[in-house]
Design a binder for this molecule. Sequence first.
Ligand SMILES: Nc1ncnc2c1ncn2[C@@H]1O[C@H](COP(=O)(O)OP(=O)(O)OP(=O)(O)O)[C@@H](O)[C@H]1O
Length: 365
Amino acid sequence: MTHLFSPSLDSERKHDEPREAIIRFDKVSKTFRSGDGEHAALHDISADIFPGSIFGIIGLSGAGKSTLVRLINGIEQATLGEVIVEGQKLSQLNARQGRKLRTTIGMIFQSCNLMPSRTVRDNILLPLQDKDLSREEREQRVDSLLELVGLSGRERAYPNELSGGQQQRVAIARALANNPRILLCDEATSALDPATTTSILDLIRTINRNTGVTVVMVTHQMSVIKHVCDEVMVLDHGTVVEQGSVYSIFVNPHDALTRTFIETTSNLGRINDLIHADNPAITIGKRQRLIRLQYSKEDVSEPLVSLMTARFGVLVNILLSDIESIGGRPIGGLVATIEGSAENIESALDFLRKKDVRVEVIEHV
Ligand SMILES: Nc1ncnc2c1ncn2[C@@H]1O[C@H](COP(=O)(O)OP(=O)(O)OP(=O)(O)O)[C@@H](O)[C@H]1O
């Protein structure tokens, strides 16, 4: 079978070489003008997306995620600032250059947009129609793509004979037909159940790791970011409120919106439900505080809670605990009550902070 994809250039990169972004947003703003007036959808966005990475963009509905991703393939144009893709300033490309660049960018959406009257094979063949390829090369390419997305044997099926997850696999194969260097995914798993979402995200990650295609993933679900992305940008009303590696953002989120997103993915977020439901397990006495701890050290063997209770004469009652792995690195956390004099509690919490534990005192009445 012919090899469709070249190996990741990024994986061959020497560690001390400076990385050059494959996509750069340089102070980008986007304002829509309509009969109703002006609407600022994006404000002063700067970011670098590196080759071979999976870059997530998360935000609530209307935050500007889709607009940002549409700037990359030129469906929308920036009002201010510059979008640079593979070293080319998009504002300076003529129509022919723009079309050429777009052939290096694939895109998938929440709705797969397959042609219902065409088979799986014909849907994947569609973007190859105008290519200078022999019939045999085209057929071989479709076979490779079918194998890549795990649909060998289903090439004669029509879209309505496939599950949602299978249809999204066809859409991925079609988006990859031209061997793009960038794959844009706009809410690609939002319509799928959790198990199918996981399988599609795993497929995207496998393709990313095996081919080096750079993936930009738009989502409103932090679980998607956590599962598959290397880097993340949090958008709020068209502004970047936080960006960095997924691990660093999970360990140390600065923005309230980011924290809210993270809570949806953690068992510890359940504490808010228990508080709201007035659960009797969360009865806090006068000498008690409710605390949430998060520790990120790879070596979590030091029994910090035991040390703290022994050293500061406080009592700790663990209500919820969690340990998870993000990008193969552990993040642990727990929610507990801590009981003692105000002074001892403060000293105990300071002790934890000095050990790089993130400490949050949860206020509730
Ligand atoms: N073509 C357009 N004309 C006018 N306003 C637009 C246009 N496209 C988007 N907007 C506005 O820009 C803002 C950002 O929209 P966008 O679709 O990028 O948000 P989003 O974060 O992707 O939202 P969702 O998750 O709901 O898809 C919204 O207020 C939207 O109404």
